[in-house]
Ligand binder design. Sequence first.
Ligand code: C5P
Ligand code: MG
Length: 194
Amino acid sequence: MENKPLIIFVLGGPGAGKGTQCEKIVEKFGFKHLSAGELLREERRSGSPKGDLIETYIKDGNIVPVEITLGLLDTAMQKSEIKQFLIDGFPRNEDNYTGWNKIMANKVNFKFVLFFECSEKTCVERILERGKSSGRSDDNRESLVKRFQTYTNSTTPIIDHYRKDNLVRTIDAEASPDQVFEKVKELFQKECLS
Ligand code: C5P
Ligand code: MG
């Protein structure tokens, strides 16, 4: 168990603050942050033959087939010297979930899902604000509607799977980043991750 990488999944709607909080956790607790969405965007930018396919999924707010995402995550995990990971934005649907369980689950020490709970209203405001400068092809109202549909229909059932096993740690993410991080810090200290 000790030699296996430690894994925390980070989930929440688009704009819930997953990336922002992960950066703070990295700074304070020394984790490696792997954002599934960011890895996919990088793969697309790299001129990969899968780039066009990835872009189609991202723009429509759909979830890329797990073979691609898991390959990127696995490579990034192998490359990292730090072996405790925040995997942000994964598993997002049943395909992600079963793919991970089939290939990775027995190779890691999975701790819990860190779930940022935030109203759609707050999330939309944050994303539209971010969209002014993010350059992301999916930070606009049209993609956002689809991203929320995907979140509601495909991601929340996955969170429910973990909740049944008491593996979800929920953080209220409505407040400012610093206020939310206070609660995250308490949780990490309580879970002996500091
Ligand atoms: O998490 P983030 O908002 O960066 O994800 C952006 C997009 O990347 C998602 O809307 C989805 O199209 C894609 N993605 C995916 N599979 C994941 C994570 C993200 O297809 N596990
Ligand atoms: Mg993000």
